[in-house]
Design a protein around this ligand. Structure first.
Ligand code: NAP
Ligand code: ZN
Ligand code: ZN
Length: 642
């Protein structure tokens, strides 16, 4: 695919040369007459996106660009003996008057009809009347011209961005390929004399997406997500980013005209007018971006980059984007990721449960195993080529009371691997600034099975080591990623383990992992039989629903302890009654470097690894969906296939 001055040659697709244009004659395009002649002899398909989009101007002001532009494009198509596809969005909403803009499109469509019937120019009209950019299933934008606007802006800016960093609407190449594909496949039939009707009817965005994504890797995300990607600098260089902003700006007029409708989300007849509410907000945010960019030093040197799977905004599927890597310092380490576990905390970050700890685009992944590729000159414990692992933390002060005690997780300056803008391990490369948080992995441990130990394993290791002793009767509540590792550890530490779960299906697995007993905690009788049977309960459940923990307190023996590591809403406890048995409620949080090293050593000596389900990193959204269903008592591990 080569691109030059507003013209895209898409010879990759069906060997067709495609011209995408707004107004071919416009000097704005900067096409010289020799280039024009060259084009005439080369082009197979003309995709005519219309030129000016402005809902507020009168027909007279728009006729020159929209009608005139179409005449030019048709004339060009006739000279080139090319197929002409006109993209239009003039369909008025039910009960709505055609505006000047829509009228100009209507006339342009009529011209297409005449060109076909009277001059024999094969001309197809594609009405994009309900192609929305909302990614919600089945959603439509009311009269969206976004793709047309996008094309227009691309043309007028000489920009054909086949960016590999984010997709909101579509790159113009994808768009032109899509349009051509649709018309060549007969999905869009030629204008048939029935003015303003296109056979094949209206096309929904999700349908288009399905058609396109058969041939082209295309990742759908909201405009909000795309904006976040742009804001974060996940674009290739400042100039492209600025241009991208101009694309957004070109939508401003439309937004003003449609503002009311965007907010109302009203329903009218068959057409659902509801546009993703976040859309309007993200767009206005995007429009403020330029001022941020102007202040940025455009001469700053380009930093090293890598590909990472990111949630571009809250709750969205992960898509691959280019990200900048932080600069190497004397204490830094760079790791080529081979494996990365998927922890419940990654899901919390993506889903917005951790609030501002997530920074969009959010790149999660904090159970990282990989091969060292670079180290700073102060790093001595690891060398390029060695295998190592990184968990939830990636830096601390090394100087405070807690660091000196080996409790770096409590340091006031502790830094998390994939929070607050740090990029985690769902990536090809990871850099952390404090290599003392990259750990040697014992040789006998498998990379996929060791990855989940680096956060989940450490998190359950620390309280089990600190708060239990061999012979204790230990309950593990919640049998997901953390819970199943906790069973293995407690068993290997010499405890008698009871697995406590809401899933009956996990009974067999929990026994295989090392539990002696299993209790289904939704079964009142079973819970009553286990009353006062445990010295210690480790709570590893992940939920944002309220949980009644009273019933679990009753499982404790006098002086027993219930320790929370999973994330759940605030709990209530009848501390007066608890006083009679002198039971304790405690918490724990990951662990320090010492805990990590001891835990890895313990696993090496006892042959313990997580039970895992491996998938390529490119299938990470499937892994997240499966983890959310909570059906299996294993850890999902992503294997780098980028
Ligand atoms: N504090 C820390 O240092 C730390 C570190 C890592 C992770 N975490 C947190 O630990 C939690 C568990 O992580 P994970 O990776 O093990 O997640 P996970 O694999 O999704 O497992 C969570 C388990 O919680 C149970 N559960 C889910 N919804 C429940 C509900 N409404 N009521 C009762 N039980 C429910 C399920 O177990 P059953 O089917 O057996 O009931 C599920 O398998 C997450 O919240 C994570 O953020 C904390
Ligand atoms: Zn410290
Ligand atoms: Zn974690």
């Amino acid at each position: 695919m080569s691109s030059r001055r507003g013209i895209s040659f898409g010879d990759g697709y069906s060997k067709k040369v495609i011209l995408v244009c707004g107004d071919v004659a416009k000097p704005l395009l900067g096409i010289s007459s020799s280039e024009y002649e060259f084009l005439v002899s080369r082009v197979d398909v003309v995709v005519n996106a219309g030129a000016e989009v402005n809902m507020l101007k009168a027909y007279s002001a728009l006729a020159a660009v929209n009608v005139g532009g179409t005449v030019n494009a048709l004339e060009f198509a006739a000279r080139a003996c090319a197929k002409h596809v006109f993209t239009s969005t003039m369909l008025p909403l039910p009960g709505e008057e055609a505006t000047g803009y829509r009228k100009s499109k209507e006339v342009a469509e009529l011209l297409c009809l005449r060109a076909q019937t009277e001059l024999g120019v094969p001309s197809a009209v594609l009405q994009l009347g309900d192609i929305g950019i909302s990614t919600d299933e089945g959603s439509f934008a009311p009269d969206d011209d976004y793709i047309v606007i996008f094309l227009r802006a691309c043309v007028s800016l000489n920009l054909f961005p086949h960016t590999d960093w984010a997709f909101s609407v579509m790159s113009v190449n994808d768009c032109s390929i899509m349009l051509t594909k649709l018309s060549l496949e007969g999905k869009v039939e030629s204008f048939d004399g029935n003015a303003r009707e296109v056979k094949g009817k209206l096309i929904r965005f999700d349908q288009l997406y399905t058609w396109i994504s058969k041939d082209i890797p295309l990742h759908m995300c909201s405009l909000g997500g795309w904006t976040n990607a742009a804001r974060s600098g996940a674009a290739d260089g400042i100039d492209e980013l600025k241009r991208a902003l101009l694309l957004l700006e070109s939508m401003e007029v439309e937004l003003a005209a449609e503002g009311m409708r965007l907010e109302s989300g009203e329903k009218s007849g068959e057409i659902n007018l509801c546009v993703d509410e976040r859309w309007g907000q993200s767009l206005s945010n995007a429009l403020q971006l330029e001022s941020l960019l102007i202040n940025r030093d455009s001469t700053t040197k380009r930093s090293a980059r890598t590909v990472a799977y990111a949630a571009l905004s809250q709750g969205e599927n992960l898509v691959p984007i280019n990200i900048s890597l932080q600069d190497m310092t004397s204490t830094s380490i760079e790791i080529k990721v081979t494996h990365c576990g998927l922890c419940g905390s990654d899901d919390h970050l993506i889903s917005g449960d951790y609030g501002d700890y997530a920074v969009w685009p959010q790149v999660c992944g904090h159970e990282i195993v990989g091969i060292v590729t670079q180290v700073g000159n102060a790093v001595t414990h690891l060398k390029p080529g060695q295998r190592c692992g990184v968990g939830w933390q990636c830096s601390s002060c090394h100087d405070c009371e807690w660091c000196l005690r080996g409790n770096e997780q409590l340091c006031g300056e502790v830094v998390c691997t994939c929070c607050e803008g740090n990029r985690g391990g769902f990536a090809n490369l990871v850099r952390i600034k404090d290599a003392s948080f990259a750990f040697n992995i014992p040789k006998n441990l498998d990379s996929a099975e060791v990855a989940p130990l680096l956060c989940g394993g450490q998190t359950v290791w620390t309280p089990l080591k600190e708060q239990t002793k061999p012979g204790d009767r230990v309950g593990i509540l919640g049998l997901g990623g953390l819970g199943h590792m906790a069973i293995k550890f407690a068993k290997a530490m010499g405890c008698e383990v009871t697995a406590i779960s809401s899933s009956e299906s996990k009974k067999r697995k929990s026994i295989e992992h090392g539990a002696r007993h299993y209790v289904l905690h939704t079964d009142r009788d079973a819970m009553a039989r286990r009353k006062g049977s445990l010295d210690f309960i480790l709570v590893t459940i992940a939920t944002n629903q309220r949980v009644d923990f009273e019933k679990f307190f009753h499982l404790l023996r006098p002086r027993g302890t219930i320790c929370f590591v999973g994330m759940c809403p605030p709990i209530t406890a009848d501390v007066f009654s608890m006083g009679f048995t002198m039971c304790n409620i405690t918490t724990s949080n990951t662990g320090g470097r010492k805990d990590m090293i001891e835990m890895l050593d313990f696993c090496s000596r006892n042959g313990i690894g997580a039970s895992v389900k491996k998938r390529p990193l490119s299938k990470i959204n499937d892994a997240i969906a499966e983890m959310r269903r909570g059906e299996s008592s294993i850890r999902h591990v992503l294997v780098n296939d980028i």
